[in-house]
Every structure is written in C-alpha cells, then in structure tokens.
Design a protein around this ligand. Sequence first.
Ligand SMILES: NC(=O)c1ccc[n+]([C@@H]2O[C@H](COP(=O)([O-])OP(=O)(O)OC[C@H]3O[C@@H](n4cnc5c(N)ncnc54)[C@H](OP(=O)(O)O)[C@@H]3O)[C@@H](O)[C@H]2O)c1
Length: 249
Amino acid sequence: MRALDLSGRTALVTGGNRGIGLAAVQQLARAGARVTFTARSEENIETAMESLVGVVEGRVCDVTDRPAMADLIDEGFDILVNNAGVIGPIGRIGDVSAEDWARNIETNLVAAFHAIQVAVPGMVNRGGGTIVNLSSGAAHRPMEGWSAYCAGKAGLAMVTACVHAEWGAHGIRAFGFAPGVVDTDMQGAIRASGINPVSQLPRTALAPPDQPGWAIAWLCTPDADAMAGQEVDIRHDTFRRAAGLEPLA
Ligand SMILES: NC(=O)c1ccc[n+]([C@@H]2O[C@H](COP(=O)([O-])OP(=O)(O)OC[C@H]3O[C@@H](n4cnc5c(N)ncnc54)[C@H](OP(=O)(O)O)[C@@H]3O)[C@@H](O)[C@H]2O)c1
C-alpha cells in the first residue's frame, strides 16, 4: 500500500476505537491528516491510542447523541468517515423487536445522515470536503437474519447518492465504501449467530482491516475524484485497479 498525502487535512472518524474505524484512523494519520475519532468511553480511547501515531485525538461521543455530535462536527472537518455501525439485531423478521430494529437504523443510518447534515455546510464554505460512508454488500443484497442491517445500509447508499446529487457540484465528494468481509468484532458476532452463509465463513477467510483502512484514506485523495457519488467495493477489480491495489487471487 503506497504512501498517501493528506497533509493539511482534518478528518473525523466515527467509531474509530477498533476494527475498520481504527484502521482508517491509522491510515489517515499516516497520510498526514489531523485525525479526530469518536469512541464511547475514555477507556476505549486510551486503548486505541496505544496503536496510533501522528496527530490524533479521541473524543467520547455516541453517534446517536445528536447535540454532542453537532458540537464536535462544528469544530470543522475536511473529511467525515461515517464508520460507526452495528450488525444487530440478528434474527429473522418475525423474531426481532421493532425497538431493536429501530436502534440499528438510528445508529447506521440516521446518525450518519445527521453527521453529514451538520458537516457539509462548513465543508462547502471551506471549498469542499469528503464523506466516506461505510457500506456493505448487504446494502444491495438481502441477507437472512439481517433485515435491519440491510435496510440501514441500503438507505445509507441512497444518502450517499443524494449527497452527490445535492452537493457534488459544490465540492462535496461522497462515497459509499464496502470494505469486504473483514476480521473485526462485528464478524465475531456474525459467526456466533450461525444464521446465514456469512456466519459460516472461517475466520481465516476474512481480510485484515489495514487495507480497507488504507482504501478509506485513498478515497480522501483527489485520485478518487472520478468515483464521487458512487458505491465502491474493495473487492471489485475496477476499484482495486484505480487505487493501485493488487488484484484479488
Ligand atoms: N467487518 C466487516 O466485514 C464489515 C463489512 C461491511 C461493512 N462493515 C461496516 O464497517 C463499519 C465498521 O465495522 P467493524 O467491522 O469495524 O465493526 P466493529 O468492530 O463492531 O466496530 C464498530 C465500531 O462502531 C462503534 N459504534 C457502534 N455503535 C456506536 C454508537 N452508537 N456510537 C459510537 N460508536 C459506535 C463501536 O464502538 P464501541 O467499541 O463503543 O462498541 C466500534 O468502534 C460498520 O459500519 C460496518 O457496518 C463491516
């Protein structure tokens, strides 16, 4: 993975204390951006900071806490990575509660929408900005037992497209980024559920988070301009060629 230059940029990554979010924070900081990440406790920030170098700051904030997120975003960022997400409730439609279902949508979709809504006017005033929304194959394909997750990610893909339609001409580059099947705690929860083919994948078949983290940072460079407004998938040849990643075996 080649070196990227994001010096002079400021970035906010939600849910940056572990998994793909942490890898994105690492790669954005390595590229020279000043990175702020959110986590839900000071303890989680301290743990994440042990693996981080560069200009990085952690802030305690739940993405569903709209006033707190608005206060943080008002500080002004060039890059917003809507990474925080939950898989549950895992269960067939007849077995999950509407309250748990709504909580998923609140985290995966409404919170990302709200962060964009607050972040973009400042970005436009400063001449432009980048939004990366963490997407998934589940945004485009139904998966048994994941109705909330699929619906939330499908909705987020449409938000990405709407951001492009409304603000693409004003310097806002929005991407939906599917990171592949990545070895994180989320995949641990999926394996434990045993409910669909993804849960049957052995851990050895999963990708490490560092390449998706690097790809998120790459999307924040002008090299990705031609993909603005799109859903991109790290497993697709077109994306890998454009980003200069080796083809998958
Ligand atoms: N792993 C995969 O294979 C895969 C595939 C496709 C898409 N994705 C997407 O990639 C993103 C990251 O996934 P991951 O696998 O890295 O998941 P993960 O290991 O479970 O980490 C999720 C992160 O989101 C945070 N988070 C969850 N709810 C939050 C809330 N209400 N407020 C603030 N932070 C919150 C978590 O914070 P806590 O530590 O406090 O819980 C954690 O930092 C998600 O959007 C996911 O849907 C993942």
